[in-house]
Design a protein around this ligand. Sequence first.
Ligand code: UT7
Length: 350
Amino acid sequence: MRTQILGSGFVTGQNLVTNDQIARMMDTSDAWIRERSGVETRYYVEQGTTTSDLGAGAARKAIEDAGIAKEEIDYIVFATMTPDHYFPGCGGILQDKLGLPHVPALDIRQQCTGFIYGLQISDALLKTEQARTVLLVGAEVHTGFMPWTQWDYLLGRGGEPPTPEEKAVYTSFRDRIVLFGDAGGAVVLRQGEGDKGLLGFQVHSDGANFKDLYVPGAGFARRPYVNEADVREWRHVPEMNGRAVFKLAVGRMPEVVRELCKKQGVPVAEIDLLIAHQANLRINEMVQRALGLSNDRVYNNIQRYGNTTAATIPIALDECRKSGRIQPGNLVCFVGLGSGFHWGAALMRA
Ligand code: UT7
């Protein structure tokens, strides 16, 4: 018996936002963003749409795709770094929004590796018969991190442009802000007979350099955990040492894929499709080269959605399943690295 994907689905924020629109808020350009990250567009939610809303939208699609009744779900695993509230997590809120029975709902926070950790946990729950049908969700609303207030102007709905002083402040966050989008992805998982399904996992964590990508404020390391000084000094916006994260990603991702393939006894060259976390197209191109995989063996969609953290892998997976990029018998490898730092890979026989 192996854990198999019964269904998948995703939703995005309501508003498609181009690089040119972002360039209205800060000193950046479509050319820079495309060249350095590959991102062309991303989606932003309307204010009031939350991570659990996107998770619920994705989950409904995944449940429909699986062809099961929602009541068959007996465990929820929800991965996000942008929960609706500091507590409780989104899992329970999702359970209520979907109108599910009182099933267990587990929140995990492994950021960009959340979906891979979630697959591993779901597989363990299913194999040990703690659950029969798991709903695994990865969803994010990153727009809460955006430093600006002129949303109407950004979205072309009138309003006032930022002042030159405000623009200068927003520009100080441009390396991070241009990368992210809002979306949710979900899969329904169940054990099934045959060769098809999840084969194995390799995950790691190293907290030593967590400050290379973290939110310095809005946490219980300080009293009160949200305070005026933190907001005034922008400590509620993530800090990132982009070059350090880039270097880590291009080293750790191929390394963990090789480690997993060795453990599973399959040559890297047998991977039919690599679905990597979508943080930067340049990172993924370097990972592809390091693994010696041809273009037809990798899938990227960061161009359209930007980095949606826990949602990137389920979105790419859903697109590949539905477009025929994944064929029966294919060996599919998922890989990601994110804040923590956490990184990992999973192998699946389609
Ligand atoms: O999901 C995991 C989370 N994050 C990541 O994986 C991110 C990993 N890192 C990256 O993707 C890249 O480091 C970035 C895309 C964030 C930045 O690209 P880079 O090629 O490493 O640029 P850089 O930070 O070295 O900056 C180069 C220049 C700087 O200007 P000067 O000092 O050379 O004059 C930056 O100020 O580019 C400037 N810059 C920008 N210019 C226009 C940085 N961001 C922007 C921007 N628009 N958005």
